[in-house]
Design a protein around this ligand. Structure first.
Ligand SMILES: Cc1cc2nc3c(=O)[nH]c(=O)nc-3n(C[C@H](O)[C@H](O)[C@H](O)COP(=O)(O)O)c2cc1C
Length: 258
């Protein structure tokens, strides 16, 4: 028996053959109880509203104590974060995995880690967030990372559709020296993302996560890896907020029908 909102009818008495009930059934308010009249001769079922209220009061504390359950539905799917990086000697790669670890720690987030040379158009364009890491080469991003950005158009044809528009973007870097060009490296990567109308976020540091790997530095340390994890967490958090906003916008545009 399916009782839609529209089947509610306030009547002085129960449904019978003289008072037409909307098929297949109807509900009638009758003092402190609800009478459910099933069309087709089945006996009427009297549901005491007070009993229902008592039941709700009893189970409410149990429901309140239950941990929140993340349920995935077609409109509330996991967000996909792509972490793409270039690395010749392993430092930026280690940062990439720390970013991924941070993002994965946010419930409802799936993460894919790939070298920039391996990223396919489908992976890139289906991501909800793209985080890109580069070593500092001559105070700028490394050549393979620049080639990756260039290929967004040359190989993947990102324009004129702006296929990464409103995708969340963030960056990280490692450089040999203190002030060796990390800032420029991150800013030039962020600029490429802005040029594609991505939603750029920072985290872990003012522009993203960064580390110093040579000279007096013992290499990547725990604090630098922690900045990378923090970036991952922030990217995942912001991406979930953005996606929820996009879902609400879709709902408004379709009048609630998806
Ligand atoms: C070609 C080349 C250029 C570099 N230029 C710089 C630079 O301008 N500033 C800097 O701080 N480090 C520079 N480095 C050092 C790297 O940025 C640093 O070792 C980085 O952590 C390497 O990352 P990876 O281990 O992921 O390859 C350069 C290294 C190479 C190979």
């Amino acid at each position: 028996m399916f009782l839609s909102k529209n089947t509610w009818k306030k009547k002085p008495s129960a449904c019978d053959d003289r008072v037409e009930c909307p098929p297949p059934s109807c509900l009638v308010w009758n003092g402190g109880s609800v009478l459910v009249q099933v069309r087709g001769g089945l006996p009427a079922v009297r549901v005491n509203v007070l009993l229902c209220l008592a039941l709700v009061v009893c189970i409410q504390p149990v429901l309140a104590a239950s941990p929140p359950v993340h349920t995935a539905s077609p409109t509330d799917r996991d967000v996909m974060v792509l972490v793409a990086y270039y690395s010749a000697s392993g430092n930026t790669e280690a940062m990439a995995h720390a970013v991924a670890e941070g993002a994965r720690s946010v419930p409802g987030t799936r993460v894919r880690v790939e070298r920039v040379e391996q990223v396919m158009a489908e992976t890139l364009f289906s991501a909800d967030a793209v985080v890109i890491g580069s070593p500092v080469y001559w105070a700028n991003m490394a050549g393979p990372v620049k080639t990756f950005f260039d290929n967004w158009q040359l190989k993947f044809g990102i324009w004129p559709d702006l296929k990464l528009r409103d995708t969340v973007g963030a960056v990280f870097t490692t450089g040999g020296q203190v002030a060796g060009g990390q800032t420029v490296t991150m800013l030039t990567m962020l600029a490429a993302m802005l040029g594609n109308q991505m939603i750029v976020v920072s985290g872990g540091g003012p522009l993203g996560a960064s580390a110093v790997t040579e000279g007096d530095s013992p290499g990547l340390d725990d604090q630098e890896l922690a900045t990378a994890r923090a970036l991952g967490v922030r990217v995942a958090d912001v991406t979930r907020v953005v996606r929820r906003g996009q879902m609400n916008q879709d709902m408004r545009e379709t009048g609630g029908v998806r």
